[in-house]
Design a protein around this ligand. Structure first.
Ligand code: CDP
Ligand code: MG
Length: 673
């Protein structure tokens, strides 16, 4: 399948029409009616007037009111794209940028990539005619390094600002500067003022308003249909059980309509799926018409698309999902939501460099987002599996990501923009001083900053241009010198995508066995390399056997395709930087030495008792069971990820010789260590 086709099938929520022409006009009419019925439709004129009057405008509205899909089209109609200017709309997530662009293109009846397009990291679907451009916040941040005044844009719409991702926060700070610079006619160029629109689903806009000097906020009222919110009387003992029971309660008592259940992760979802299937076997024939489906980010994309297809006649779909369905995707036909009240949240502890993945309570904003998944096409119900008084106790919103993430990339970005005083920088929420100092030290050790904390030339500049974690950028820069750039590009591409391997609960053993032939005794990086290389050979033979090969080997075909695209894009980047992509052939020693020289801050040594000690933090860690080195336990390894779930684990490992560390990074390791 070509890349474009995959994307279309991933995003296409509609079944294939039988008669293309008739159904096309029917579809157009349906879309026009749908658009008119949205709450935002009646306030188009007022919103445009507010945009014209205010340089910064905050728009608040419940989910489903039509903000994201309609506002760009209002702005286009109001003439904000004249004189070849663009309206840019940012989203926190890639999949949202893609699917919204697709939807807006469809509503505007234009081909995707023409008037309406999207740009996300490693995937550009725009042309010179693009006027409405969807992108991730991160993409716009990098664009601003090349075009500091964002001179091609007349308006920037920052969507889902309430999520407060680190990129959104940094972007808002940047846009504040750009607005000021454009007004003062900075750099001797005449550029018209930039309009900024911040859209948020949360009820409280005061943080944004204050940050922009008392900016005006307008509210879009209402949701097209009524949603009943139901709570439990008492706290439930086990939300998985409660979710299971609620599914069958809805199935037997409520009118037709699909159910969306929010759980926390793959294992939980798979176990509920199994329970539902087992129970269905015991039910009489006419009560069995319930179709369980699952969606989570590690699920291969061709399996993800199943949730979009309508259920067979008479059947009710029950979709078991993680928070991927909270904001990123819109599944039609949902009438009932079951909210477990929990979510798996990633946090980062900068002092130890450890990521944790914990199940935590949702915030009020998340609970609202979940209930907002119904009431879009018809009235709906949301079953919250907790009492109302517990809802009142939830935090209003999740803690801004900037307060719980690794700041290296942010700092690198600010340095590249010539901002040296990071501690004094005008963030909406300031990260802790400790986290800033830690990130500065890390960047210095990685060679991105000089000892007086300026961007190092050329390494720091190169690292700020590469859309990658500074560790990966360093690996590419060094690989250029170690003559293994080809291999490192593949490695970085494979590490940049989530879950290359697919491990369904019931076939875990089979999945692992089928992949043993990829396994490399030296570690996971080389194992990924052999997966990629084998897929290369397949492609040379015939494209269409790839899907089958992925399935047989429990390789996530969507992730592999993404890795292949990622490889091509990063290769272009490094070639533009003047690197010569050469391969080390079979000399994997140089490649491993290059990994050691790049990931030296993530090295771990085996202890007498078989556990490992992370050399940098001193933490005691364990090899993750998914690693090919889980059983062989080499003496010294470098790792890519340090994550705490039930234990402190290190993931994605390669065996190294500990003597290399002192030899290759003498500024950090001494011979006698
Ligand atoms: O941004 P907001 O939550 O206010 O609404 P929106 O995303 O613009 O969605 C407006 C309407 O379009 C909703 O009723 C969605 O169900 C519908 N929509 C859709 O059917 N398909 C999409 N890919 C996106 C939105
Ligand atoms: Mg929206």
């Amino acid at each position: 399948m070509a890349q474009g086709e995959l994307k279309r099938s991933l995003l296409n929520n509609n079944p294939n029409p039988k008669s293309p022409i008739a159904s096309r006009s029917r579809k157009r009419q349906k879309i026009a009616e749908h658009r008119k019925s949205l709450p935002i439709a009646s306030v188009e004129k007022r919103l445009i007037e507010e945009v014209q009057k205010n340089d910064v405008l905050i728009i608040i509205g419940e989910t489903g009111s039509g903000k994201t899909t309609q506002l760009p089209q209002f702005l286009f109609r109001a003439g904000f794209c004249k004189k070849r200017k663009m309206v840019g709309i940012t989203q926190p997530r890639r999949i949202a940028a893609m699917s919204i662009a697709e939807r807006v293109a469809e509503e505007s009846d234009v081909e995707l990539g023409q008037r309406v397009g999207y740009s996300i990291r490693f995937d550009d679907c725009t042309s010179s005619t693009t006027r409405l451009k969807l992108m991730t916040d991160g993409f716009l941040l990098r664009e601003a390094l090349v075009d500091p005044l964002l001179s091609r844009y007349s308006v920037i719409v920052v969507d889902e600002a309430h999520e407060r991702t680190v990129d959104t926060d940094v972007l808002l700070a940047l846009l504040k500067d750009v607005q000021r610079d454009r007004l003062s006619g900075c750099q001797g160029r005449k550029v018209s003022p930039l309009k900024l629109i911040i859209m948020s689903a949360s009820l409280d806009a005061s943080v944004f308003s204050e940050y922009f000097g008392g900016a005006k906020a307008v509210r879009v009222e209402g949701r097209p249909f009524h949603v009943d919110i139901l709570y439990t009387v008492r706290p439930v003992e086990d939300y998985v059980d409660a979710a299971f029971n609620t599914i069958f309660q809805i199935h037997s008592e409520e009118e037709p309509g699909d159910i969306l259940v929010f759980l926390t992760g793959q294992e939980e979802i798979e176990s509920v799926e199994r329970l539902v299937k087992e129970k269905l076997k015991d039910l009489p024939e006419d009560e069995r018409k319930l179709l369980p489906l699952v969606i989570y980010s590690a699920l291969p994309s061709e399996k993800q698309t199943r949730v979009f297809a309508p259920a067979p006649t008479g059947f009710r779909k029950v979709i078991l999902a993680t928070n991927i369905a909270e904001t990123s995707i819109t599944i039609p036909g949902i009438r009932y939501v079951i909210d477990s009240g929990f979510v798996k949240a990633r946090t980062y502890d900068p002092s130890k460099g450890i990521k944790t993945l914990d199940v935590v309570e949702v915030s009020k904003a998340q609970a609202l987002q979940r209930s907002g998944r119904v009431g879009r096409e018809a009235p709906g119900k949301c079953f919250r599996l907790y009492p109302e008084r517990e809802f009142e106790k939830l935090k209003d919103s999740t803690k801004p990501e900037i307060k719980r993430c690794n700041l290296s990339n942010v700092i690198l970005h600010l340095k590249a923009r010539g901002i040296d005083d990071i501690v004094g920088f005008d963030f909406i929420d300031k990260p802790s001083r400790g986290a800033i100092v830690k990130a500065l030290a890390e960047l210095y050790l990685l060679g991105a900053l000089t000892d007086d904390c300026k961007l190092a030339k050329p390494a720091g500049e190169q690292m700020s241009r590469l859309p990658l974690d500074p560790f990966y950028s360093r690996a590419l820069i060094l690989a250029n010198q170690f003559n293994c750039l080809e291999e490192m590009l593949i490695t970085v591409a494979m590490l940049s995508v989530e879950s290359i391997f697919y491990d369904p609960l019931e076939k875990r053993e089979e999945a692992r066995n089928s992949r043993t032939h990829f396994a490399n005794v030296e570690g996971d990086h080389l194992t990924y390399l052999s997966v990629y290389r084998e897929s290369d050979e397949l492609l040379e033979k015939r494209n269409n056997i790839m899907e089958k090969w992925c399935k047989d080997n429990f390789v996530n075909s969507g992730s592999l395709k993404l890795a292949r695209d990622t490889y091509r894009e990063i290769r272009e980047h490094v070639e533009q930087m003047g690197f010569n992509v050469s391969s080390c052939g079979n000399d994997m020693l140089e490649y491993r030495r290059c990994l050691a020289a790049s990931f030296f801050l993530k090295a771990a040594q085996r202890q007498m008792d078989g556990t490992y000690r992370a050399l940098e933090s001193g933490e005691i860690v364990h090899i993750h069971p998914t690693s090919v080195l889980f059983h062989s336990k080499p003496e010294c390894v470098i790792f890519d990820e340090f994550i705490q779930t039930s234990k402190k684990y290190i993931k994605n490992l390669t065996r190294i010789d500990h003597l290399w560390l002192a030899e290759l990074v003498p500024h950090h390791y001494k011979i006698d260590e």
